[in-house]
Design a protein around this ligand. Structure first.
Ligand code: UDX
Length: 443
């Protein structure tokens, strides 16, 4: 195999994983970030966030000399002719649109330092049209005699499965400005291992590649909100959304995945991506095409309100002075990411409504504390359960799914549990004397 040299710019959840996994594939990789603390940690083989399996990959490849980190763009420019751009594109303050300042900054800081022929592969999720705009910027900023090609290579990794999703992706998508570009040739070398094992390789124009990413996330968000909308109806008529999802999921045109009814989606991608997609469609004059995403967003947020209502009802109509235990703070299990987390959102709302809220999450505590310093944070599940008047399961960590209801009953003050993720074995909890309620089901 032809091993390549490359940089990965931006070392957050996406970039750090991409850098480590490209080294794992045998390439020579330099990770770049302006955040000195992050780079210092990574240099010392410490992943600055929780991602199962990533620390091992990082350590192994640093030790093998295939992976290094820097804050210097001069070093990055001299290191390789292939660069991956994986910086964040968060939601703009006061708007639905994506904030592209970090993406622009990379082009502005890197391109003037480049010499010769370079390819920059964008991996960040961006509004359609951004790659063409970056190509224009790069053309203007490139020194005399330097040629920079911008291509788009969206990333589909899920937090919690990031290593697997990067090393064995279910597809590779590449958008290029023309057919048969250098970018395509380079991408075939970079991804030689997954391509050799038959991973589908979809080559498109730039704008299609950009749209593939947001469309995938918009579809997933829509699927979750679909089942959560049905869940609202189930609650009114006493139907069971879990059995319903099983039943429709057997139709392989529908499929059971992402029909998990409950507190809905959060995280650093789905919520901001559907909003940025709507904003971009509006700018393009196609706002009507995506107005349904407003509903997808609204359904998702309503589930959080519903959970607060259920908790209030469990406390006899008033949360004031009641002890509420929220199990989970991360937006999903196997992650420490609390960005737009449904769990933390309801913990905050319950606290603002007067409840004494105690939170426990196996990995998300440090991040949760930064966002909501005023909540009580327990040291363990047991610690969190002690004295509770109602327990809310908000993130479906394995540890919470497997909680022994008999033991849990011995710790709380009142045996009431609200399953926000529809994962608890209902019969076992009932047998242990619990009053169990869940979103979308009358139990
Ligand atoms: C998502 C996409 O899956 C990934 O392809 C993309 O690259 C980034 O965004 P991620 O944000 O890591 O990945 O999480 P994902 O596993 O997709 O879950 C998103 C949210 O949906 C979580 O809050 C999860 O709890 C929720 N969810 C998921 C449900 O509420 N019900 C489900 O059935 C599935």
């Amino acid at each position: 195999m032809n091993l390549m040299r490359m940089t990965v710019i931006g070392t957050g959840y996406l970039g750090a994983t991409h850098a480590a996994c490209m080294a794992e594939l045998g390439h020579d990789v330099l990770g770049v970030d302006v955040d000195e603390k992050k780079i210092e940690a990574l240099k010392n083989s410490t992943v600055p966030f929780y991602e199962p399996g990533l620390p091992e990959v990082l350590e192994r490849n640093i030790a093998a000399g295939r992976l290094a980190f820097t804050t210097s763009y001069d070093e990055a420019a001299a290191f390789a002719n292939v660069h991956f751009l994986g910086v964040g594109t968060p939601q703009q303050r006061g708007s639905y649109a994506a904030d592209l300042k970090y993406v622009y900054a990379v082009i502005q800081d890197l391109v003037p330092k480049l010499k010769g022929k370079h390819v920059i592969f964008g991996k960040s999720t961006v509004p359609v049209g951004t790659a063409a705009e970056l190509q224009q910027m790069a053309n203007e900023l490139a020194p005399e005699g330097t040629e920079v090609e911008i291509a788009w290579n969206p990333e589909f990794l899920r937090e919690g499965f990031a290593v697997k999703d990067t090393i064995t992706p279910d597809r590779i998508v590449l958008g290029t400005r023309d057919e048969n570009t250098t970018a395509e040739e380079v991408a075939r070398e970079v991804y030689a291992t997954p391509l050799a094992s038959g991973t589908p390789f979809v080559i498109t124009d730039l704008q299609t590649a950009e749209l593939v990413k947001v469309s995938a996330n918009a579809f997933l968000a829509t699927k979750i909100s679909f089942i959560n909308a049905v869940s609202e109806v189930c609650e009114l008529v006493g139907a069971d959304v879990v059995k319903l999802a099983d039943a429709i999921g057997y139709d392989d045109r529908i499929g059971r995945k992402f029909l998990g009814a409950g507190l809905g989606f959060g995280g650093g991608c789905l919520p901001k991506d559907i909003r940025a997609f709507m904003a971009r469609a509006g700018e393009l004059g196609a706002d009507q095409a995506l107005t349904f995403l407003r509903e997808v967003d609204a359904i998702n947020m309503r589930r959080r309100d519903r959970m607060v209502t259920l908790a209030r009802e469990a406390c006899g109509g008033n949360l004031l002075g009641h002890n509420v235990t929220v199990l989970g703070a991360a937006f999903k299990p196997n992650s420490d990411d609390v960005r737009d987390s449904p769990a933390l959102s309801i913990a905050g709302s319950l606290s603002l409504a007067g409840a004494q809220v105690t939170v426990y999450d196996p990995q998300g505590m440090e991040n949760a504390r930064k966002v909501f310093p005023t909540l009580n944070y327990a040291n363990s599940t047991d610690d969190a359960l002690r004295g509770a008047d109602v327990v809310v399961l908000a993130t479906e960590w394995q540890e919470f799914r497997e909680l022994d209801p008999v033991h849990a009953a011995s710790l709380v003050r009142v045996k009431k549990v609200l399953d926000g993720r529809n994962v608890l074995p209902v019969d076992a909890w009932k047998e242990a004397g619990w009053d169990i309620k869940a979103l979308g089901r009358s139990l």
